[in-house]
Design a protein around this ligand. Structure first.
Ligand code: C5P
Length: 219
């Protein structure tokens, strides 16, 4: 098999991008970028009152991403802030900030710096269209809003957070609309992306489908 450079996985919230990216990173021993976490971190530090020009440096210097079993743990120096970042409140603020050009520019180089010799799997909204537009394999992973809300419900419940299903569907739909209708780097599949609708697929089926795409692209 030829060396994998970058695999991008874009799509709307709770479409399973993160789980797919983590599995693909493990199987092919790739570095991983969860770009949504960077936007959430930006929102987290902005909410704490940090000056915007400092945030991307603080992320670079103080934040550590640890891949553990099925999850990505995010440490701020020695404090685990994964649960704080996963709240719908931070997600909504991240989505609001992400339409700002300064914020996107501040995170651009940081996202590119996740590329290593090992190769990279990067998930987000604009990985295939903007940040790694030269990636050889691009995936756009989607699913119906109901299916995605159910997945997010289970994820938040597992983290011990209180969730209200109807409100969650509304939150997800609003965030998708905002992300796909914004002027800068809107959520949309790259022209050369493979679109996977996972509404009726298990994670294992999506992984298997992706492994076949990787074989076709890199053999
Ligand atoms: O993927 P996640 O839900 O963690 O992303 C949180 C928010 O960050 C998204 O709703 C989106 O507004 C923003 N985002 C973005 N571009 C990316 C990744 C995330 O604008 N590449």
């Amino acid at each position: 098999m030829n060396k994998i450079n970058v695999i991008t996985i874009d799509g709307p919230s709770a479409s399973g991008k993160g789980s797919l990216a983590r599995e693909i990173a493990k199987i092919y021993n790739l570095s991983i970028l969860d770009s949504g976490s960077l936007y959430r971190l930006y929102a987290y530090f902005a909410q704490e009152g940090m000056k915007s020009e400092l945030i991307s440096n603080v992320i670079q210097e103080n934040i550590e991403f640890k891949l553990c079993d099925q999850d990505m743990i995010i440490m701020n120096v020695d404090k685990d802030i994964t649960d704080d970042l996963r709240s719908e409140n931070i997600a909504a603020f991240a989505s609001e900030l992400s339409s700002n050009r300064e914020v996107r520019n501040a995170l651009f180089d940081l996202q590119r710096s996740f590329y290593t010799e090992k190769g990279l799997v990067a998930d987000g909204r604009d990985m295939g269209t903007v940040v790694f537009r030269d990636a050889k394999l691009k995936i756009y992973l989607t699913a119906s809003a109901e299916v995605r809300a159910k997945r997010r419900y289970l994820e938040l419940q597992n983290r011990g957070q209180e969730v209200n299903m109807p409100a969650l569907i509304v939150d997800i739909e609003q965030r998708d609309l905002k992300d796909s209708s914004r002027e800068l780097s809107p959520l949309l599949p790259a022209d050369d992306a493979h679109i996977i609708d996972s509404s009726e697929m298990s994670l294992e089926e999506v992984i298997c489908y992706t492994k076949n795409l990787i074989k076709e692209e890199y053999l």
